[in-house]
Design a protein around this ligand. Sequence first.
Ligand code: CTP
Ligand code: MG
Length: 241
Amino acid sequence: PRTAAVIPAAGRGVRLGPGAPKALRTLNGTPMLIHAVRAMAASRAVTLVVVVAPPDDAPGVKTLLTDLALPDRTDIAVVPGGETRQESVRLGLEAIPDDIEIVLVHDAARPLVPVDTVDAVIEAVRDGAPAVVPALPLTDTVKEVEPAPPGHPTDPEPVVATPERARLRAVQTPQGFDRDTLVNAHRTMAAAGGDGATDCAGMVERLGAPVVVVPGHEEAFKVTRPLDLVLAEAVLARRRA
Ligand code: CTP
Ligand code: MG
């Protein structure tokens, strides 16, 4: 089945601090987005990569990607993104031709995901799961709290519950989908005016379709805060060693 990867890369990266949009920040000299595109194109199944660029930087992103040497099998397209991740993914989906049957959605902010993880996700969709999420067990215990009121982030917060850690998973990307299932989930969500899900699989769950988890990878972590840049560069240095 023909497989495409949508890479939402339109976020500003507020938690990373001031600077260029997060996807264009560099790791050992190469923009994070380029690492992420290479990670998707590394899978032999992926024939199209759709990059959803920061709206103000779409022309620059196009230039950056034309200069990139990708395998012959891989086409690349660039579209401008939206206000939210969900909106950006929807705009990326619109750029996918009709003959694509499997869609991966992969954060530009997870530039170092290994190809084996990408392939495992695709494999599980091929085996019949309409939605597949790579994820890892948690190392920290998690507490549900009654959040401090807005404007008082350092107030003590009462604990409400402690979910059983062994049943929890921290989800990563690429998430893989049967194309019709994902398009349907986005349409249904948009029609409801909703913007609540923090990942695509969450939208599919709300449709009532089954979602499965496969093993993720430590190196698929999301670059979110400044310390994550240090970690990502160390991972790259280790790979080159
Ligand atoms: N994203 C996007 N369009 C948006 C918001 C986010 O395409 N309007 C993308 C980001 O570029 C990133 C992915 O969604 O690759 C995951 O989002 P996140 O890590 O939250 O990135 P940002 O939203 O850029 O970061 P922050 O929340 O700290 O501002
Ligand atoms: Mg964000």
